[in-house]
Design a protein around this ligand. Structure first.
Ligand code: SF4
Length: 216
């Protein structure tokens, strides 16, 4: 099949999958969400970022990583000349996990049942995109896609080659976590994200050299 046909097929399959996901009611998060956040970017990208789940801004817009965390991710990608047109960005969970506390709605970590209910959507999405490299942003994404006991402190930046979805996969700190740091700690962790994105860029180059593109 020609590359143009493969691209067209990917577009069609992703659009079809997105239609299914926006109508999903497989877990209780469908009752509180405003918008499903399917994911967006370049579906032919060799590099995919996978975060944990939508926050307030993402839930309001239906787009991934659009708040302050998204701005930090964009900033760190730009250090390597990477824009959103070069990558695809999505989350493990497609709807916002939140609780009401003192009349305020705030994000909460997703529950295991919610992650399980949503797992197949991500599986199908990544199977269509077939990137060369995936970077999990944060522990929950790494637990879902690398291994369930992933420890960010010990395994951040380590490359794994056992993913069914790509040639190489690693994890970096979630930009929202970095934003919660101050002063030198913030600068250090921001630099770690820049470095991890740089390493992912080099991994894409390595993967392209190693295998013919039609394998992906
Ligand atoms: S979080 Fe996932 S499984 Fe739950 S309703 Fe949303 S799309 Fe469906």
């Amino acid at each position: 099949m020609k590359m143009a046909d493969v691209n067209e097929e990917k577009n069609a399959l992703l659009a079809q999958l997105s239609e299914e996901v926006v109508n999903c009611h497989s877990c209780p998060l469908s009752l509180t969400r405003n918008k499903v956040v399917f994911g967006e970017g370049n579906p032919y990208a060799p590099l995919v970022f996978v975060g944990e789940g939508p926050g307030q801004n993402e839930d309001a817009t239906g787009r991934p990583f659009v708040g302050r965390a998204g701005a930090l991710l964009d900033e760190c990608m730009r250090e390597h000349g990477i824009t959103r047109n070069h990558v695809y960005i999505c989350n493990v969970l497609k709807c916002r996990a939140c609780i009401v506390e003192n009349t305020r709605i705030r994000n909460r970590p997703p529950q295991l049942e919610e992650l399980e209910a949503c797992r197949d959507w991500l599986h199908r999405q990544l199977t269509i995109i077939k990137p060369l490299v995936i970077v999990c942003l944060g522990g929950p994404a790494a637990n879902s896609l690398i291994h369930k006991d992933f420890k960010m402190l010990m395994e951040r930046g380590k490359w794994f080659d056992s993913s069914p979805y790509c040639r190489y996969i690693a994890a970096a700190l979630h930009p929202a976590y970095i934003l919660r740091q101050h002063g030198e700690a913030f600068d250090k962790l921001r630099q770690s994200l820049i470095d991890d994105i740089g390493a992912a860029r080099l991994k894409v180059i390595q993967a392209k050299r190693e295998a013919p593109m039609e394998l992906f």
